[in-house]
Design a protein around this ligand. Sequence first.
Ligand code: FMN
Length: 343
Amino acid sequence: MLRIGGLEIENPLLLAPMEDVTSLPFRLIAKRIGRPGLMFTEFVSAMAARFNRLAALRKMRVSDQERPLGIQIFGGDPESMAEAACLAEEAGADLVDINMGCWVPKVCRTGAGASLLKDPDMAVQIVRGVVRAVRVPVTVKVRAGWDYDLFAAPELARRFVAEGAAMITLHARFARQGFDGTADWTLIEAMRKAVSVPLVGNGDVRTADDASRMMRETGCDGVMVGRVAISNPWALAEIRAGVMGEATPRPPSLDERVSTALEHLRLAIDHEREGWEPRGEHTNPELQACRSLRGQLPLYVKGAPGAAALRARLSSSSSYSEAEELLLGFLQDSASQTCAISA
Ligand SMILES: Cc1cc2nc3c(=O)[nH]c(=O)nc-3n(C[C@H](O)[C@H](O)[C@H](O)COP(=O)(O)O)c2cc1C
């Protein structure tokens, strides 16, 4: 059990915040399959929260089925971040997470994300402003530092904790690295010595063995998993079982993968229908959901024979029934091929 401020987390597996991925439909799938102890929304811009409230609220939608949930926000000044944190709390966040890890220029140019690692005083003011603005726990997700030779995170994290941060997540790469190279878990071990609040390790965990090794070698209290869950939410179940000392769940059948892809699409259509923008493309929620899952749906059957051809056809589908026909047809073809081989 992990305790973050007043919040109790049932297991130490955390689903990472991922832009355009960890929207409500994906989180509901991830929760059903992998039961992570805590999940996060994709990051929500504090400026959007101020100037495009509807879009921000859409990203902040929370379902009771997925709790506990952290809403992640990013921004470059304490005032807008405090406002965004209040909006997140009103929207139902169980905790508010501050992004100080995003390295992409469009975010860093605004003084937000990982660029705050270069401006410690502003970073601390933002944490202070957000902690004062909300009652729920406030957590911070950082990278090791901006430049390779400057491991700024431990000193920063100490200051964040002094301001009331209830948990620190370290993606064990420097901002300049983007996603290059491998995550250096010794940085997590070094961070462990800096903070007494829960520390979550992140970077390159793909299997249950990776997760157990990260916890053992670094002393971190939780493991955050990102990319592997995008193409394979069942990896979450395997990792969770591993860190909880439970039996490894069996891998999903092709049947299960196809039905989960369809479940995801149905959830995405509902999400579009319940959106707050009943105009433009949102007047056709099925089309919008098919478009938003163009990259993701084919991943459910990745590696199966014929998956590449299916991917191309799925990418141009524009309704649930069209996608369903393609996926069920694919399943039927696979079953008849298997019968032919085993006959
Ligand atoms: C598509 C994508 C979107 C991401 N969006 C966010 C984000 O919104 N907020 C954030 O803190 N990190 C974001 N990240 C970084 C992940 O949370 C995580 O730190 C990183 O992927 C390393 O973990 P992994 O090796 O398990 O993937 C994103 C990563 C990916 C691949």
